[in-house]
Write a protein that binds this ligand. Structure first.
Ligand SMILES: *Cc1c(COP(=O)(O)O)cnc(C)c1O
Length: 346
């Protein structure tokens, strides 16, 4: 191998930078369950301000942020509406059923995006036979949709639909930072369409741990109790909150670089034989592509042998995700290695 290892499996593989580690080492901490950690409080205040919400809560993971949101918005036996490829439905280990006892009803979006028209058939009259619908969940950017961005109009339409029918609306904004940097729509504009928002620090922003949940003061009070109940109350959490705060302040704007690298990779892959990808569908840092000539897992294996890691996400589909761990030069290398594999494939 004449190049350095290139890990494109996910933006969760990002490592803290030396400056981030210094910020973490220097953090002033306290017992956050007792409300004493000034660094956690500073992070929560900054997230609330950036998202235009009254309050925010620091939690260990994006999954916990979403699960707390569902729990706080619903009661067991309620129905929630979500997209069939959404993270909350697809990737959270059945948590909404196990923890909140809600029944999911899925709508199918286009690359994860849907509109009020898709929700309309889900409306039902109040009747003892029916589980009352309480919550609509949206995801921006949409992970399995390929990092797709919700047009603000579509999100605002879904938010208005939810309000009109007295449903709450939760935005899974694990990658809301990517959405805003790519679209130039402020995070707070997306957040304004929804009652609650989760956002991740340990993906593209590069912090080692943590997510936040934001909403009204009352909602966050409720969420704080569920965080404790779920075992997510942390003591001197300022150590990790400092990494998240540093990430938010120093790594948000540079996500544009990841998007440019993803675009470069997508364009390079689009001309390779036996690969299918439309670079126009690459809106942020996730590059999904299809392979014709072999199973996706075989291609992922061959790439791994040559020091390039991607994820097979289906029988013929793969994804490569850019982050602060990779450069434009790495994209060139990945394209060339893939070209070599595909040209010599039987
Ligand atoms: C990664 C991700 C999450 C949460 O992930 P954790 O690994 O639990 O932090 C939630 N939603 C989306 C859309 C994600 O991509």
């Amino acid at each position: 191998m004449s190049h350095r290892p290139i890990d494109l499996r996910s933006d969760t593989i990002t490592q803290p930078t030396p400056a981030m580690r210094r910020a973490m080492a220097d953090a002033i901490v306290g017992d956050d369950v007792l409300g004493d950690d000034p660094t956690v409080t500073a992070l929560e205040n900054e997230v609330a301000a950036r998202l235009g919400k009254e309050a925010a809560l620091f939690v260990p993971s994006g999954t916990m942020a979403n699960q707390i949101a569902v729990r706080a918005h619903t009661e067991p036996g309620d129905e929630i509406l979500l997209e069939s490829n959404s993270h909350i439905y697809f990737y959270e280990a059945g948590g909404i059923g196990a923890i909140s006892g809600v029944i999911p009803r899925c709508v199918t979006g286009r690359r994860g995006i849907f509109g009020a028209a898709d929700l309309l058939p889900c409306l039902r009259p109040s009747d003892v036979h029916f589980a009352p619908t309480r919550l609509v969940c949206v995801e921006n950017t949409h992970n399995r949709g390929g990092g797709s961005i919700w047009p603000l109009d579509a999100l605002s339409e879904v938010g208005a639909f939810a309000r009109a029918h007295n449903f709450r609306c939760h935005l899974d904004g694990a990658r809301i930072w990517n959405a805003s940097v790519a679209s130039n729509v402020p995070e707070s504009d997306y957040a304004a369409c929804c009652d609650s928002v989760s956002a991740c620090f340990s993906k593209g922003l590069g912090a080692p741990v943590g997510s936040a949940l934001a909403g009204t003061k009352l909602f966050i009070q409720k969420a704080r109790r569920f965080r404790k109940q779920f075992g997510g109350g942390m003591r001197q959490a300022g150590i990790i909150a400092a990494g998240a705060l540093y990430a938010l302040q120093h790594h948000r704007d540079r996500l544009a670089e990841d998007h440019a690298n993803a675009q470069h990779l997508a364009k390079g892959l689009s001309v390779l034989p036996g690969l299918h990808i439309d670079p126009r569908e690459v809106e942020t840092n996730i590059v999904r592509f299809e392979v014709e000539s072999m199973p996706a897992s075989t291609l992922a294996g061959l790439l791994k042998q040559q020091g390039i890691r991607v994820l097979a996400t289906g029988p013929n589909t793969l994804r490569a995700v850019t982050s602060l761990m990779v450069t434009l030069e790495d994209m060139e290398t990945a394209i060339n290695v893939l070209k070599g594999i595909l040209e010599t494939a039987p």
